[in-house]
Design a protein around this ligand. Structure first.
Ligand code: GAR
Length: 193
């Protein structure tokens, strides 16, 4: 495995709210020579987010910004992004909806990963809804973020088969394993087409 120093790479911030397993996979990817991005900042709205530990392990700066007032929170985040010269944002299990105004500041430079085959199942409880509808497949999607929830241009998708015995929990686990591969692949697709 070839490691690079991270200079000259696209400075990226990852936004998380929970476990941060996608953050971990993005950090690992960012350290490969083929990665066009470096992860320079972790932003969370949740001071208890388990994923914050990856900031400690990999020595990446992290900022906890609570969303008591969305306007104030977003201004603080934009400030941090500017201070750190961030050029790309990867939402990875970030459970707050960001405003149109925020998106305008980073137009075409915000990516998201969503646990369904969009345009199916925008929003929450995607696995429950796919199983309830007796879908044969679900999956995950990496897309650009625009002002409509989970509706921006799709970059890549991965299908995952739903088995009769699957529960929302078992399906989430299978899909998450694919998410860890899909997010890096989508970033490679954008920057090394
Ligand atoms: C992932 O499955 C991600 O797709 C989903 O939250 C999980 C976060 O896991 N995101 C959304 O539902 C966004 N609407 P992680 O914290 O272990 O990366």
């Amino acid at each position: 495995m070839v490691l690079s120093t991270g200079t000259n790479k696209i400075k990226t911030a990852v936004f998380i709210s929970g476990k941060g397993s996608n953050l971990k996979s993005l950090i690992k990817f960012s350290k490969l020579q083929k990665s066009p991005i470096s992860i320079n900042l972790i932003i969370t709205n949740n001071k208890l987010a388990k994923g914050l530990k990856y900031g400690v392990i990999f020595k990446i700066q992290k900022k906890i910004i609570q969303f008591i007032n969305k306007d104030v929170a977003e201004k603080k985040i934009l400030n941090e992004l500017k201070k750190n010269k961030i050029e790309l944002i990867c939402l990875a299990g970030f459970m707050k909806i960001i405003s149109k105004n925020f998106i305008k500041n980073f137009k075409g430079k915000i990516l998201n990963i969503h646990p369904s085959l969009l345009p199916k199942y925008k929003g929450l409880n995607t696995h429950q809804r796919a199983i309830k509808n007796k879908d044969r497949y679900s999956g995950c999607t990496v897309h650009f973020v625009n002002s409509k929830l989970d509706s921006g241009k799709i970059i890549l998708q991965k299908k995952v088969k739903i088995l009769k015995k699957d529960t929302p929990g078992s399906l989430a686990k299978k899909i998450l394993a694919q998410e860890h591969k899909l997010y890096p692949e989508a970033i490679l697709k954008i920057f090394n087409p």
